[in-house]
Design a protein around this ligand. Structure first.
Ligand SMILES: [Zn+2]
Length: 353
């Protein structure tokens, strides 16, 4: 960034709000027109000028901002409420509620359950009341009959499909409901759903009841839809077997995917670069109480002999900025001194950027 058109006091360019709020001196009309460029020399920030008008902490923060390169393109406005500077409706929407007490949706826990994604989405729809039972379809003028296609005289609500329907009862009778959640079947629909989804009970074969429960209501709905929309369709002869098999197969597959890799011992000592190569090690540090950041690095040859090094006090920032500064200064100041191919040792946290 070259800061030609950026107002020093009136633009939010330093990431800490408008600098006029931190000014250490009274600001005249003319001073308010100063640009960021006015505080830069050919070699970076003009520290003397900055310290005359701002407190030390803000100056330190500015020092951790790179002043850019001559060949760089001009500055442009970015959206400050997203990480990548691009506008998103979501970030704008959330900004309206910043600091407000938002009551979380009571079904958010669904996404943390250990369930197949399609089952999570399914119970999320149930939590929103978005399952198109015949009662819902009648409200949307999609049918004139709100009743269950099996029980005929009873309205098909979500409660009916998953609990009261003769078909749901048949499935439940074959799948042994654990004693600890039996009482939930006499409670209201949402309490019943929540208790069974939050249950920690394990069935034989290490099957979580939550998985079997969710698989049973998902299959219940699937078979109900097939019976209505595919004439001649017959549900599997042994529904509980299908549900338990579905649950255990998914659990087995999921356990394989989530299996922890075996521990591997790695050597962390410094190793020599191969003949005629050079190795550059860089590192950054950040003090969490003051957020002061520093960077350092050194260049060695294939005998391990010191070529050159640096250590620098950058200013105020976070650990990622410290690591990036160490990388930048290492390549900029030391990399050019390597007289052969250069091997770079960076810190793992940079690889996550
Ligand atoms: Zn029914």
């Amino acid at each position: 960034m070259m800061h030609h058109g950026i107002g020093f006091w009136k633009d939010n360019w330093a990431g800490c709000g408008l600098l006029e709020e931190f000014s250490a001196i009274p600001l005249s009309e003319d001073m308010l027109l100063w640009t960021v460029r006015d505080f830069m020399s050919d070699h970076g920030w003009n520290l003397d000028a900055l310290e005359q008008v701002l407190p030390t902490e803000i100056v330190q923060r500015i020092c951790a901002i790179h002043t850019g390169f001559e060949s760089q393109r001009n500055d442009k406005c970015i959206w400050g409420l997203s990480n990548n500077g691009s506008f998103s409706v979501k970030s704008a929407y959330l900004s309206f509620f910043d600091g407000a007490d938002i009551v979380p949706w009571p079904w958010d826990f669904i996404w943390k359950l250990c369930l197949p994604p399609k089952l999570k989405t399914f119970v999320w729809l149930i939590g929103h009341g978005k399952i198109l039972t015949n009662v819902q379809r009648e409200k949307r003028l999609m049918t004139t009959n709100p009743n269950c296609h099996k029980c005929l005289s009873l309205p098909e609500t979500m409660d009916h499909v998953f609990r009261g329907c003769s078909f749901a009862l048949k499935i439940r009778n074959f799948i042994k409901v654990p004693f600890d959640v039996l009482h939930s079947f006499s409670l209201g629909f949402t309490d019943w759903l929540r208790i069974n989804l939050k249950s920690k009970i394990m069935l034989s074969g290490n099957l979580p009841w939550t998985l079997v429960f969710t698989a049973s209501i998902w299959h219940c709905w699937k078979w109900r839809c097939n019976s209505i929309f595919n004439p001649g369709y017959e549900p599997p002869p042994n529904p509980p077997h299908t549900i338990l098999q579905f649950s255990s197969e998914w659990l087995d597959a999921n356990n394989v995917v989530n299996a922890k890799p075996t521990r591997e011992v790695i050597q962390v000592r410094w190793s020599l670069p191969t003949l005629s190569n050079f190795k550059l090690n860089v590192d950054g540090s950040c003090k969490t109480d003051s957020w002061k950041i520093c960077a350092g690095g050194l260049l060695r040859d294939s005998n391990g002999a010191w070529i050159c090094g640096f250590s620098a006090n950058i200013g105020i920032g976070n650990i990622y900025e410290a690591e990036l500064w160490s990388l930048f200064r290492g390549l900029h100041r030391l990399g050019t001194r390597a007289l052969g191919p250069l091997i770079l040792n960076v810190i793992p946290c940079l690889l996550s950027l």
